[in-house]
Design a binder for this molecule. Structure first.
Ligand code: FE2
Length: 279
């Protein structure tokens, strides 16, 4: 097994077959995942059953409430964009599930049908983003919490992401479940449950407010943190090929599915595994 750290964020792991990992290989991969936030594999040959079995080695599977499921495997969420669609799922910097009290650990994405070109995914390291903050900003955000919500993305309102774009359709549903979700708060800086390292934990999609600040102060601070976290130094652009697998950690990374392949289909299989409360 070979581990190659990538510029910005993540590591590529080669020389392994995810269908038959030894206990030692699995432990080593787990460490790379904790340290780097996202891991990539190439030339894998995972059936749906293999994908599920690999996910189950990490944590119980979280069956997504909003995404359409694979017709034969409810554990697998379909992240799909059709030829005639304009908008895509995940087309902006975000981290999944921050609107949950115990945000899912991460997702294992397997490429099933790729456009001829385009459709890369950007990842960004929130470990690096936090570490590179100046001391004054670190002191300013120390001890702060932020409110996270899914209402404006997955909910049934007229101005939600999925009601104002064509990204959803039959690919995203269950808006009434989003409507009744209670907004949650998480620390702005978390100590990562696997690595013990500090990470910045706010994101442009689901973080709606900093607790104890006015609307304007909150917007200002979040805008500053986002502008910083979006710097190229913390990011890596992953190009999918048939057989590619990415597994990202929601707590220490952001991701962004680039939408630059109009007129082509892109079908990905996603399995998400459970996480824990964040402190
Ligand atoms: Fe996502």
């Amino acid at each position: 097994m070979k581990i190659e750290p990538l510029p910005g964020v993540g590591a590529e792991i080669t020389g392994v077959d995810l269908r038959r990992l030894s206990g030692g290989e699995f432990a080593a991969i787990r460490q790379v995942y904790a340290d780097h936030g996202v891991i990539f594999f190439r030339d894998q040959n995972l059936s749906e059953e293999d994908h599920i079995a690999f996910a189950e080695r990490w944590a119980p599977i979280n069956i997504n409430r909003f995404f359409a499921a694979h017709p034969d495997h409810p554990e697998i969420a379909l992240v799909a964009k059709d030829k005639e669609q304009k908008d895509n799922i995940g087309g902006g910097w975000h981290t999944d599930h921050s609107y949950d009290l115990e945000p899912a650990m991460g997702s294992i994405l397997v490429a099933r049908e790729l456009p001829e070109s385009g459709g890369d995914t950007m990842f960004a390291s929130m470990y690096r983003a936090y570490n590179a903050l100046d001391d004054a900003t670190k002191a300013e955000i120390d001890g702060l919490s932020a409110v996270h919500s899914a209402h404006h993305i997955f909910g049934s309102g007229k101005s939600t992401y999925y009601s104002t774009t064509d990204a959803g359709g039959n690919r995203i549903g269950n808006a009434s479940a989003a409507d009744v979700l209670t907004d949650v708060t998480h620390p702005v800086v978390i100590t990562h449950p696997l690595s013990g390292k500090k990470a910045l934990y706010v994101n442009p999609a689901f973080t709606v407010k900093i607790v104890g600040k006015t609307e304007e102060q909150s917007k200002d601070l979040l805008a500053r943190l986002y502008a910083h976290a979006m710097k190229k130094d913390f990011a890596y652009r992953f190009q999918w090929r048939p057989g590619s697998v990415a597994f990202w950690d929601n707590r220490s990374t952001w991701h962004w599915a680039l939408n630059d392949y109009q007129g082509q289909r892109r079908i990905m299989h996603r399995i998400t595994v459970e996480g824990c409360a964040l402190h």
